[in-house]
Design a protein around this ligand. Structure first.
Ligand SMILES: Cc1cc2nc3c(=O)[nH]c(=O)nc-3n(C[C@H](O)[C@H](O)[C@H](O)COP(=O)(O)O)c2cc1C
Length: 366
């Protein structure tokens, strides 16, 4: 039986243990410019461990990919230099760090976009409910502009350039953010993708854009340093599909042919806006279902504790576990797990925005 503290080889990434830091948006980049800071580097450095894998917060691939004020980018020289501070801090402790590349699609607002135009999406279907504008005030979602085919090529080019920039910033690889209702997920699911061209309709067509992005990024890094995050059955950001299981069986089978470092799956149990971890009653165990299809390394995330994480890895349902809220509150989470030490409790009020409070001031052991 495999334990959380056995090494693992994920493509070209050699992990000394299987306690992974989940991607966590914290909205603390320097403004204007969405630039990672020394404080951000301190935060990642605190959470690094020998051979431990960290996944960064979702990072904008371009100015027109933004959706949350305060999120960092990886498209300007200043941002690349800022990220270099974080990758150096993690490498100084022998850790690994991959950059989660993000385009928000319709989960944005015209006030955040460089030319003031409405956000973009596969189809002109607004997400239900509301979002924030550039000043962080609540606003209704706007009806997005349906990307034209020639505009899609520009988005793929932005992903490719962001991957090049991430290399310059010293990362160990890339995670493509295909989860949680952002642009790539919007293309996958028919609740948000009603296109009638080769990017909509059947599974092959709806998966096409994700694969173009994955292949572009893999062209820069090699597939063995690229992971992909998916959230089948996740309903965050108003996502739905008429045949979720069959759709993601197809998506994962297509990804399985590409020799990726890993597939990262979000179990549909953790509502990230509350601390209720109830499993979605209609959903199967996502990691074990798709691990069978993917074949390669799988990271599972979503409401795991040390005990349930150990059990998932021991059962062979996942190869590693990504922890989100536990890593926010416990900078030395792998060591605490190893020792069976008590855990700090997170403070939800400091998740997004602000400074060191609730960010770099959670105590380490000793
Ligand atoms: C504050 C916060 C920010 C998050 N930001 C991201 C993100 O940038 N990218 C992403 O893929 N998931 C994001 N998530 C989801 C987490 O990666 C993770 O899947 C979720 O928190 C469930 O894991 P947990 O129960 O261990 O916290 C975020 C979650 C939280 C709580």
């Amino acid at each position: 039986m495999t334990s959380l503290f056995e090494p693992a080889q994920f493509g070209a990434l050699a992990l000394a243990h299987r306690v992974v830091m989940a991607p966590l948006t914290r909205l603390r980049s320097a403004q204007p410019g969405d630039i990672p800071t020394a404080l951000n580097a301190e935060y990642y450095g605190q959470r690094a461990s020998q051979g431990g894998l960290l996944i960064t917060e979702a990072t904008d691939i371009a100015d027109d990919a933004r959706g949350y004020p305060g999120a960092p980018g990886i498209h300007s020289p200043e941002q690349i230099a800022g990220w270099r501070l974080a990758t150096d801090a993690v490498h100084a402790k022998g850790g690994l760090i991959v950059n989660q590349l993000w385009h928000c699609g319709r989960i944005s607002h015209s006030s955040m976009r460089p030319d003031g135009s409405v956000p973009v999406a596969p189809s002109a279907i607004a997400a239900p409910g509301g979002h924030v504008n550039v000043r962080g005030e609540g606003v209704a979602f706007e009806t997005p502009h349906a990307l034209e085919v020639r505009e899609l090529a520009a988005v793929v080019a932005s992903f490719r350039q962001a991957a090049v920039n991430a290399k310059d910033a010293g990362f160990d690889g890339i995670e493509v953010h295909g989860a949680n209702g952002y642009l790539l997920d919007q293309f996958l699911r028919d609740g948000s993708n009603q296109r009638t061209d080769v990017y909509g309709g059947n599974f092959e067509n709806r998966t096409r854009f994700l694969l173009e992005v994955v292949d572009a990024v893999a062209g820069v890094w090699g597939a063995a340093r690229v992971g992909v995050r998916l959230s089948p059955w996740g309903s965050f950001n108003g996502m739905s599909d008429s045949d979720t299981g069959a759709l993601f069986d197809y998506v994962v089978a297509a990804l399985a042919t590409r020799g990726l470092a890993y597939l990262h799956l979000v179990e549909p149990r953790a509502d990230q806006n509350s601390d209720v971890n109830a499993l979605n009653a209609d959903a199967p165990d996502v990691a074990s279902r798709f691990k069978r299809i993917f074949g390669g390394p799988v990271i599972a995330a979503g409401g795991f504790t040390r005990e349930t994480g150990e059990a998932a890895v021991a059962a062979g349902n996942a190869d590693a576990i990504a922890f989100g809220r536990l890593f926010i509150a416990n900078p030395d989470l792998p060591e605490r797990f190893r020792q069976g030490a008590a855990l700090n409790r997170h403070d939800r009020s400091t998740f997004y925005g602000g400074g060191a409070k609730g960010y770099t001031d959670y105590p380490a052991l000793g």
